[in-house]
Design a protein around this ligand. Structure first.
Ligand code: DC
Length: 213
């Protein structure tokens, strides 16, 4: 515990189930929740809307430094274009540095709660290495692509299995191989493979793990 605030750090690749899990844990425990992927998505889409390439280092760093709460409300942040743009701006060290303080502040002083749940790619390794609970939630690429495809179809969006799989593989590679804060399980993280678990089973297991601490 830090300042009486309990921090739960959840990392893992796309569509492994970490967002659903993090949201349910926060609601069950009465903690605040921060989806850190949304911040990177907002930076990526801010650039796209201004007509810049997400790999434009100067524009990306400026977008990260000037990110406003309104940028986090943009309607297109859940789309795949935002995911790809996020993964591209996320390799830029200056972007990560600009977003670090906001995430750490949220974790140590969650706005209205006694604890915080953060999910992302580097929460246990970089943002909150002293978190009370660290989880690395993963699943096979096939299972994750299947889930993402179902999610898109349920939203009425057109999606092709092979494209979803290829996009996810590309994003995994970029997130795992970047030089700053690559996606790896943190020291002390418990790995939860959700390939053969549904959301209820993953939640029950994690809650029991947290309560045993
Ligand atoms: O969790 P997500 O799919 O919304 O994240 C989108 C991208 O943002 C992801 O591919 C990499 C980047 N990201 C990151 O680098 N670090 C984080 N803590 C969260 C997301």
């Amino acid at each position: 515990m830090k300042d009486n605030t309990m921090i739960i750090a959840i990392d893992g690749p796309a569509a492994a189930g970490k967002g659903t899990l993090a949201r349910r844990l926060a609601s069950e425990l009465g903690f605040d929740y921060l989806d850190t992927g949304l911040i990177y998505r907002a930076v990526g889409m801010k650039l796209a809307h201004a007509g810049h390439d997400p790999s434009d280092v100067i524009a990306a760093e400026r977008a990260a430094r000037t990110l406003s709460p309104a940028d986090l409300e943009a309607p297109d942040l859940r789309q795949d274009e935002a995911a790809q743009a996020a993964s591209k701006v996320a390799v830029i060290p200056g972007v990560r540095a600009a977003l670090l303080e906001f995430q750490r502040n949220f974790a140590s002083h969650p706005p209205g709660a006694k604890g915080a749940v953060l999910d992302g790619r580097d929460i246990g390794t970089v943002v909150c290495p002293a978190a009370d609970v660290k989880l690395f939630v993963t699943a096979s690429l096939e299972k994750r692509a299947e889930r993402r495809l179902k999610e898109l179809q349920e939203k009425g969006l057109e999606a092709i299995h092979s494209t979803v799989l290829a996009d996810m593989r590309e994003r995994d590679e970029r997130d795992r191989n970047r030089s700053v804060a690559p996606l790896v399980p943190a020291d002390g993280a418990v790995v939860l493979d959700t390939s053969d678990l549904d959301a209820d089973q993953a939640f029950a297991w994690t809650l029991a793990h947290i309560r045993s601490k």
